[in-house]
Design a protein around this ligand. Structure first.
Ligand SMILES: NC(=O)c1ccc[n+]([C@@H]2O[C@H](COP(=O)([O-])OP(=O)(O)OC[C@H]3O[C@@H](n4cnc5c(N)ncnc54)[C@H](O)[C@@H]3O)[C@@H](O)[C@H]2O)c1
Ligand SMILES: O=C(O)C(=O)C[C@]1(C(=O)O)C=C[C@@H](O)C=C1
Length: 368
C-alpha cells in the first residue's frame, strides 16, 4: 500500500505498529506525533517514524490512515479533536486502546460526519513503555481485536487489515461490549490483582525488609505486569469500571469461600480449588502469544569448551534464525559433552536450526 500513516502516540504500541507497517509497506510514509518530545526524538533515531510534526492538524489532514496509540481517556479526547478537522477523503482512523465501549461511543463524533473509525486492540504487549521497547514482531501470531459498528463498510475493514498485515496478527471482530467483558476477565482484573499483591508485599516489607529480598520466581511471575505504565492502567480501570466492579464482587465471594474452607480445615475443598484451577490452566491453548507460550526446543549435544554458545548462536545469526532462549543442561558422560537447549518461537525456525547444525557441524541434535 502507499500513502501517509499518521501515528499519534509513539510509545510501545504506536512504535511497534509503525515498525510492522513500515516493514510490510515499503512505500508508506510514517509521520509521528507525541506530547513527549524525548519519545519523538527516540522514535526518529530508531527509524520508527520518517518525520515528526508539531501541529496535529497538519499531519492529520494529509493522512490516509491515522492510528491513535495513547492511553484510552486521552484517545477519546484526540478523537473529538480530529472530528473538527479537515481530513482527507477516505481516511481510516483506528486506535489500539485496551478498552472499547467508551471509544466506540465517542466514535459517533467521527462517523456522524462520514469519517470512518474502526476500533482496534492488538492483544499483545509488555510491562515496558515508550518507543525504546517497540518491536516490529510484537503482535506476530497474537489476536488483534477489531470493533467496527454495524454501519462500517466491509471494504474499509479489509483495507485496515491490509494496512496492518505486517503485524502478522490474527484479526477477530467482536462487539465493544464483548471486548470489554473478555479483556476485563483475562487482562484488566488480573492487573488489579497483580498490583494488589505488590501493595500487600510493600506493606509487609515495612515490618520486615526480608520480604522484598526473599521475593522469588513465583512472586515475580505473578506480578510482572504490575510494572506497566500506571497512567495506562488508570485509564483502563476507569473506562472498564462496570465490568471490573462485577468481577471484583465475584472475586470477593470466591475469596470468602476459600477463607471459610481454610478456617474449617476442609482439605478436600482446598484441594479442589487448586485442582480445578490447574486443570483449566493446563488446558489453555498453547500458542506463542497466549497465556501458555509455546516453546520449540532443540537439544544439541555439544563439546564442552569455552565459546561453544557463541559458535552455535553465530551459525544461527548467519542464517537469520531467531532464538528466544538458550540454556545448558548439566554436563554428563565424564564431562566431555554438554547439552544446549535452544528455544525457538516456531516449529519452522526449529527445523531450520536443526538443518543448520547438521550442515555445519557433526554435533547430535534431538527434538523431545
Ligand atoms: N502496553 C501494552 O501491553 C498494551 C497492549 C495493547 C494495547 N495497549 C494500549 O495501547 C495504548 C498505548 O499504550 P503503550 O503501551 O504504547 O503506552 P506508552 O506509554 O508506551 O505510550 C504512550 C505514548 O502516548 C503519548 N501520549 C500520551 N498522551 C498523548 C497525547 N495527548 N498526544 C500525543 N501523545 C500522547 C505518550 O507520551 C507516550 O509516548 C493504550 O491505550 C493501551 O491501553 C497497550
Ligand atoms: O504482556 C503484558 O505485559 C501485558 O500486560 C499485555 C496485555 C495483557 O494483559 O495481556 C496488557 C494490556 C493490553 O491491552 C493487552 C495485552
Amino acid at each position: 500500500m502507499r500513502g501517509n500513516v499518521f501515528i499519534i502516540g509513539l510509545g510501545l504500541i504506536g512504535g511497534s505498529v509503525a515498525l510492522a507497517i513500515k516493514q510490510h509497506h515499503r512505500d508508506v510514509r510514517i509521520i509521528g506525533y507525541d506530547v513527549n518530545q524525548k519519545n519523538v526524538q527516540l522514535a526518529k533515531m530508531l527509524g520508527i517514524i520518517d518525520e515528526d510534526c508539531d501541529v496535529l492538524e497538519e499531519a492529520a489532514s494529509k493522512a490516509d490512515l491515522i492510528i491513535i496509540s495513547v492511553p484510552v481517556i486521552e484517545t477519546e479526547r484526540i478523537m473529538r479533536t480530529l472530528s473538527s478537522m479537515d481530513l482527507k477523503q477516505g481516511v481510516i482512523i483506528t486506535d489500539v486502546g485496551s478498552t472499547k465501549q467508551g471509544i466506540s461511543d465517542t466514535a459517533k463524533c467521527l462517523t456522524n460526519k462520514g469519517i470512518c473509525f474502526i476500533g482496534g486492540h492488538p492483544m499483545a504487549g509488555s510491562h515496558k513503555s515508550g518507543p525504546g521497547a517497540a518491536k516490529a514482531r510484537l503482535f506476530e501470531n497474537a489476536f488483534y481485536l477489531l470493533t467496527p459498528n454495524e454501519e462500517t463498510d466491509i471494504e474499509k475493514i479489509e483495507q485496515l487489515k491490509s494496512w496492518l498485515e505486517g503485524t502478522q496478527a490474527n484479526f477477530l471482530v467482536v462487539t465493544p461490549e464483548e471486548h470489554d467483558r473478555l479483556t476485563g476477565v483475562i487482562s484488566h482484573f488480573p492487573h488489579i490483582i497483580a498490583a494488589g499483591l505488590v501493595q500487600q508485599a510493600k506493606n509487609y516489607n515495612i515490618e520486615n525488609s526480608l520480604v522484598s529480598r526473599l521475593a522469588a520466581g513465583g512472586f515475580r511471575d505473578i506480578t510482572r505486569i504490575a510494572s506497566s505504565s500506571p497512567v495506562m492502567w488508570r485509564d483502563i480501570s476507569i473506562q472498564n469500571k462496570t465490568v471490573l466492579l462485577d468481577l471484583m464482587d465475584d472475586w470477593l465471594k470466591e475469596m470468602e469461600r476459600v477463607k471459610s474452607v481454610l478456617i474449617q480445615d476442609d482439605a478436600e475443598s482446598i484441594l479442589g480449588f487448586f485442582k480445578s484451577a490447574k486443570e483449566f490452566r493446563d488446558e489453555l491453548p498453547v500458542h506463542a502469544k497466549g497465556a501458555i507460550p509455546a516453546f520449540y526446543d532443540l537439544y544439541i549435544d555439544v563439546p564442552d569448551y569455552p565459546g561453544i554458545i557463541s559458535e552455535i548462536t553465530g551459525y544461527f545469526a548467519q542464517e537469520g534464525i531467531s532464538i528466544t532462549n538458550i540454556r545448558i543442561l548439566e554436563t554428563r558422560e565424564e564431562e566431555i559433552y554438554g547439552v544446549l537447549v535452544v528455544s525457538f518461537q516456531t516449529d519452522y525456525d526449529r527445523s531450520k536450526a536443526e538443518k543448520c547444525i547438521k550442515h555445519r557441524t557433526n554435533y547430535g541434535t534431538f527434538i523431545a
